[in-house]
Design a protein around this ligand. Structure first.
Ligand code: ZN
Length: 291
């Protein structure tokens, strides 16, 4: 039995559903992904206070939550898939914390909640019980979707210390917990998406022919308007101009990236502490969408 958690606007709790029945866990679900050690995450994202500017309160679909901006973007995409595949389950989802400074239960190392890149998901307002090697059915349904987006499932946590012994042991089962995998964090880091703290790669002027294709990224905002610069034309430029207008810059949405758009963009980049180069790379695109 999980314990009920109270939520502010939860006067009518949904009745207990099949989604909270217990099922066995596919221990291979995290194949190809690894849980990132705190020391690794700190190298990319900085310490607890460094990341505060990247922590935002955002609606990801079924709920609003405080977390790292890039993880929130990914979570939004995950939730839109859940909504399509399992609409009934989607309506029963809530969370019990994303950006929560804390250590891993029973350990000294920091949980990835400390950086806002892990989330604990409840169903019908109930927490799955950890360490029983079983999972709520609804969490097991969502695990492959999280996996597709590069998130590691706590339902199949691999204890790296225990593993050094004979064979592979699975411990620390925590099925309501999902976290951004080491592989995904590296991908975001290499794409310059991890905000002001991680090492910025210069968004140099890139000839049209050699720009990264927007579709190669799983990030929605990359297809919105990144890799734009002066001289570009079209609907992506219109979206950029609309975004700049929503940030208070006076512009015409004519789809032509000219001097005025460039000047507004440079001003906006300065305000955000981004490299003020007048080019929309992935970092600038992320800021325009979320800040
Ligand atoms: Zn957790």
């Amino acid at each position: 039995m999980g314990k009920r958690i109270s939520r502010k606007h939860d006067t009518q709790k949904p009745p207990k559903s099949e989604y909270t029945k217990l099922v066995n866990i596919d221990k291979d679900i995290n194949n190809g992904l690894h849980s990132a050690p705190g020391t690794f995450v700190e190298q990319l994202l900085g310490n607890q206070s460094n990341i505060l500017p990247s922590i935002k309160y955002v609606n990801v679909g079924p709920f609003k939550v405080n977390g790292h901006i890039q993880a929130l973007e990914s979570l939004k995409q995950i939730m839109s898939v859940v909504k399509t595949k399992y609409p009934d389950l989607y309506g029963r989802l809530a969370h019990n914390g994303m950006h929560v400074p804390k250590n891993i239960a029973g350990k000294k190392s920091k949980s990835l909640h400390s950086w806002g890149i892990a989330i604990d998901i409840t169903i019908d307002g109930i927490e799955d019980v950890k360490w029983n090697e079983m999972s709520f059915y609804g969490l097991a349904l969502m695990a492959p979707i999280f996996h597709d987006h590069g998130w590691y499932w706590g339902g199949a946590f691999r204890d790296q210390e225990t593993e050094k012994g004979s064979g592979v042991y699975w411990t620390n089962e925590d099925a309501m917990h999902f976290e951004v995998s080491k592989e995904k964090l590296l991908e975001w880091h290499n794409a310059g998406l991890l905000g002001p703290v991680s090492t910025r790669r210069p968004e140099a002027k890139i000839p049209e022919s050699t720009r990264p294709t927007s579709t190669s990224s799983s990030s929605h905002h990359r297809s919105m308007f990144d890799w734009l610069q002066r001289g570009d034309k079209g609907p992506k430029v219109v979206r950029l101009q609309e975004a700049l207008k929503s940030h208070g810059h006076n512009l015409k949405s004519d789809g032509n990236f000219g001097g005025k758009t460039e000047a507004a963009l440079i001003k906006y980049q300065r305000q955000c502490g981004l490299p003020a180069n007048g080019i929309v790379g992935p970092k600038t695109a992320a800021y325009l969408l979320f800040f």
